[in-house]
Design a protein around this ligand. Structure first.
Ligand code: HDD
Length: 756
């Protein structure tokens, strides 16, 4: 019976504070009935959970949902407890001996809360620390049992749940999404025969050929060890020092300096398994395979100036894009394609298929689509799922096998090993996001954080006391492909064909459109300008001199350097001349989803023709685009006809770079006012500079002119990306505008340096 407030007059009006209302149930706050909370006992496989983070996929589509329900927590209509389940009376103050006295050691509630907090962070991934993930499923187009017994491919229409994590490589966990970097593309298939992880990238080749060099590569790439700079960037001395001494990196560098390294979205990237793998059928026959993921959204990248500015405007640009698309029901899709070839074919290739710095040109082996992947559900909890997911190249299933790629062999060790320190022990497979949907039975026991309660006294094999279980699966189980290896010496070395470091770098460069080639030049120029040691610049130019004369001349010119002698070749064989391959150009894959999810800014102000603006807004929305009314400040604006409209976001909070296109609706007065605002002028100029389509009604007042936007291209022809309209023909112009948006960018406008 002690009334503290009365006793000491302390915080007498505490109950009047806002926060108190949130601490106890308020009138009208009704809890969900218990029936909604799926517990282990009510969880049925294939029933969609009411507790999913986002739009629920159709029943039966993703059966990782039900198994995870046993660990989902829902605090709806529950009181606060300690980790021991003890109800907690107050979550506001620590226990003290008197209001102004010392906090007591016995305050187990405070100590438990702080202790748990102190250990909230786990070591971040040494590479690929920054990432975003989603759930979904893979659906096979056809029965591939003739070439593989892998569970996902045994039947047309078969669906296998997946969890996919996209990532950058170099940056730390909180780093910006739009860094120039390779992107990770890791897919965990929860198959009927255990988990299969396809841990790939958005680039089909790698920097190095042998896992022995991976720690060196990563040490060179990561922030420099003395001053921890730069964050999430390869544009520094140690990276270019290393790669310019490792010419095997030349091919991957071409890709990494291309627009592949600054994707518009995770949804618009290709993915690749990189290594040559094996497929093995039920009879034990094997073929080689390369895995390709092709986005149905098309491939689409940023331009560098834009990527840099997005890093400031929205460092979560890719994470937000993926999350919002899935929340909106715009489920991203990728087609899985296979390049299948025999060992005999491989022997005839002018490169070694065990070399991860080489790709198999599609002209040599076409990519056949075998299924599609749909991402349809956001994680419930970032840490529990996206952070704790553990991908391992060692996770393969019957029907898939490794080849002798020496990079792959090192990976088979590394991924399991890294989880031991990252996730704290050998039981990381029990963390719900990592647990297979199939049952696990073996005699492995104990270890840190063990969840499973194994019954009985037998944990060895053979045994009679346990009836001999679990039995070996025999031929039904995983059987390694009996690759022949006889009479070989133990050596540290590489096959001769690995030493051709330039033929495919050349192939890549020659397969790009002029626009893409110009971006590659710009990227090398930028990165090498950031390098401070001149000799490293020169050494890199000496590598480029082996790729293409135009390329090295342009890069050298940008650096104010003479082109040096080409770096000596590591091979005595002549380089191979490949035919250019259109499939290697990003612009070759516009995609099939039109303007869906494309963000369009409609600049509005007092005096805008609001009927016209609303019609454009509605027309964009109807086709799945994401229009936004962008104005000088939040609140209502008054249109030309005296009606009003709510501004959705400001020029300041939603700057140009986060939109794919823009509209200047009719309304002389609005445009005149915007033309006095440097934010608006900058907005228009950046949209123009980044080659985005611009729709202008009634000439846009003097806004375009004040922003120095030329109506014509340098050659005098009209800019096809500036779509003029009058209020009368706005509908037809909107159709043309949408076509331009679906075509991504208006590259004919681009000059180096930019003119606006
Ligand atoms: Fe790796 C993470 C992809 C070579 C060692 N790697 C990691 C991830 C991806 C890749 C996508 C993040 C997975 C996730 O989202 O959790 N790595 C690749 C590709 C490679 C490659 C496509 C070349 C073909 N990696 C590679 C080598 C080694 C590693 C040669 C070591 C010998 N990679 C790791 C790692 C990481 C990792 C240290 C860090 C965190 C993790 O594994 O779980 O083990």
């Amino acid at each position: 019976g002690m009334d503290l407030a009365a006793k000491v007059g302390y915080n007498a009006n505490k109950a009047g504070e806002y926060g108190d209302a949130a601490r106890t149930p308020q009138p009208g706050q009704t809890a969900k009935p218990d029936a909604d909370i799926v517990t282990a006992s009510t969880a049925v496989e294939n029933v969609a959970s009411p507790k999913t983070g986002s739009g629920q996929p159709p029943i039966g589509v993703n059966n990782t949902i039900a198994p995870l329900d046993r660990v989902r927590a829902d605090s709806n209509d529950r009181v606060l407890t300690t980790n021991q389940g003890v109800p907690v009376a107050s979550n506001q103050d620590s226990l003290k001996q008197g209001l102004r006295g010392p906090t007591l050691m016995e305050d187990f509630i405070l100590r438990e809360k702080i202790t748990h907090f102190d250990h909230e962070r786990i070591p971040e991934r040494i590479v690929h620390a920054r990432g975003s993930a989603a759930h979904g499923y893979f659906e096979a187009y056809k029965d591939l049992s003739d070439i593989t017994r892998a569970a996902p491919f045994q039947q047309a229409g078969k669906k296998t749940p997946v969890f996919v994590r996209f990532s950058t490589v170099a940056g730390e966990r909180g780093s910006t999404d739009t860094a120039r970097d390779v992107r990770g593309f890791a897919v965990k298939f929860y198959t009927d025969e255990g988990n299969w992880d396809l841990v790939g990238n958005n680039i089909p080749v790698f920097f190095i050929q042998d896992a022995m060099k991976f720690p060196d590569l990563v040490h060179a790439l990561k922030p420099e060890p003395h001053n921890a700079m730069p964050q999430a960037a390869s544009a520094h001395d140690t990276f270019w020092d290393f790669v310019s001494l490792m010419p095997e990196s030349m091919h991957m560098l071409m890709w990494a300096m291309s627009d592949r390294a600054i994707p518009r979205s995770y949804r618009t990237m290709q993915g690749f398994g990189v290594h040559t793998f094996r497929l093995v059928n039920a009879a034990g026959a094997s073929v080689f395979v390369k895995f390709h993921w092709t986005p149905l959204q098309g491939t689409h990248s940023l331009v560098w100036d834009e990527a840099v500015k997005i890093s400031g405007a929205d460092p979560d640009f890719h994470r937000r894009d993926l999350w919002e698309a899935i929340e909106a029901g715009e489920f991203p899709e990728w087609e899985l394609g296979l390049q299948v070839f025999t060992e005999e074919q491989a022997d005839s290739f002018p490169f070694d298929v065990l070399d991860s710095t080489k790709l198999v040109p599609e002209e040599l082996v076409p990519v056949q689509p075998v299924g599609k992947m749909v991402l349809n559900r956001n994680p419930d909890n970032f840490f529990a799922e996206t952070e704790q997911v553990a991908f391992c190249t060692a996770h393969i299933i019957p029907g898939i096998d490794f080849t002798n790629d020496p990079l792959l062999h090192g990976r088979i060790h590394s991924y399991v090993d890294t989880q031991l320190s990252r996730l704290g022990g050998p039981n990381f497979h029990e963390i719900p996001i990592n647990a297979p949907v199939t049952q696990v039975h073996n005699n492995q026991r104990d270890g840190m954080h063990r969840q499973t309660i194994n019954r009985g006294r037998v944990s060895y094999e053979p045994n009679s006391l346990g009836g001999g279980v679990p039995y070996q699966a025999g031929t039904a189980g995983f059987t390694s492909y009996p690759q022949t290896a006889v009479g070989e010496d133990k050596v540290r070395g590489r096959p001769e064909l690995f030493a051709d470091h330039y033929s495919q770098a050349r192939l890549f460069y020659h397969s790009q459109t002029p626009v893409e080639q110009a971006h590659i030049v710009g990227a090398f120029r930028f990165e090498l300008t950031r390098v401070t040691v001149p000799a490293i610049r020169v050494r890199t130019l000496a590598m480029l001199a082996n790729v293409d004369a135009t390329l090295v001349n342009a890069v050298a010119d940008g650096l104010g350097l003479e082109v040096p002698e080409p770096q000596p070749l590591a091979t005595t064989r002549p380089l191979h001349d490949y035919e250019p391959s259109a499939a290697l150009s990003l612009l070759a894959r516009p995609g099939s989803t039109g303007v869906h999810t494309r963000r369009v800014a409609i600049l509005v102000g007092n005096g805008t023709d609001l009927d016209g603006a609303r019609a454009i807004y509605a027309g964009l929305l109807a086709d799945g685009a994401v229009p936004r009314y962008v104005g000088q400040k939040l609140g209502k604006i008054t249109g030309a006809a005296g009606d009003t409209l709510d501004v959705e976001i400001t020029l300041e909070a939603g700057p140009a770079v986060i939109y794919d296109a823009m509209v200047i609706p009719g309304g002389e007065a609005a445009s005149a006012a915007l033309a006095m605002d440097a934010h608006a002028l900058e907005f228009v100029r950046l949209q123009y500079r980044h080659c985005k389509p611009i729709m202008v009604v009634d000439g846009g007042g003097n806004l375009l002119a004040k922003a120095d936007i030329p109506a014509n291209l340098p050659d005098g022809t009209p800019d096809p990306g500036i779509i003029g309209a009058t209020p009368a023909d706005a509908a037809a112009a909107l159709t043309a505008f949408k076509l331009a948006i679906a075509g991504h960018r208006v590259w004919v406008r681009e000059t180096d340096p930019p003119m606006v």
